[in-house]
Design a protein around this ligand. Sequence first.
Ligand SMILES: C[S@@+](CC[C@H](N)C(=O)[O-])C[C@H]1O[C@@H](n2cnc3c(N)ncnc32)[C@H](O)[C@@H]1O
Length: 245
Amino acid sequence: MLDYDDEARHYDATRGGEPRARAAADAVERLLPQGPCAVLDIACGTGIVTERLLRPERTVVGVDRSPGMLGLAARRLPGGVVRGDAAALPFASRTVDAVVIVWLLHLLPDPDPVLAEAARVLRPGGVLITTVDKNDAYFVEDSDIAQVTADLRRAYAPRVPDRSARVLDRAAELGLRMAARTVFPGTGQGRSPRGWREAIDAGHISWCTHAPQDRVADVRRRLAALPGQETARPDPQYPLIALKS
Ligand SMILES: C[S@@+](CC[C@H](N)C(=O)[O-])C[C@H]1O[C@@H](n2cnc3c(N)ncnc32)[C@H](O)[C@@H]1O
């Protein structure tokens, strides 16, 4: 995992900034209970999404283990952030109405302890809202890039920790099942064919780092042959699910 203390200064600017945060918060809002409630945003990061969940009738608290990220979140949510590990939350059982987890599960070697903690702090009837299948987000909408990369992705995508089937299985063991689902756009994050080749070369694409080099070279060639080398394809669409008892 990245060192988020180092990442903190650049995080907002490099992860879609305000448009991404607005889209994510709008999607979370669609899944949150209305009216007075207590919301816990696990792995709140810089608080760029969390602050948009504030409402007069709502208590919103963010938790994160990175002091660097949390320092920025504290400016957005004065008195509303706590340092802590998502796998050992510093909160009592059955005390929150909604747990929000945006872009954490895909980073973890094992998401099970975090899901168990989220379920523990939820009040009966509460909702756990989390992103899943983050790495598939670029391919939710069909595109020429989705087609050119499809075989390699199918063969070499590692078994990612935020795979929805896996999350749903674990949630079922915790007494939670899917109540709703939505997506939010990674506004401005769509990549051009050249952008994909650069991301592959930089080692940022996991299904390429796991594949034989001749197959990666073939995909690079096919990306280079696509029209509109500088034209970004559709923005990724990040899936978000709501789990309830
Ligand atoms: C990709 S950022 C997401 C931040 C925020 N949710 C957002 O969407 O902008 C991942 C965050 O998870 C935090 N994190 C990673 N592992 C964690 C853990 N075990 N407990 C708490 N926070 C963790 C990192 O410090 C970082 O702030």
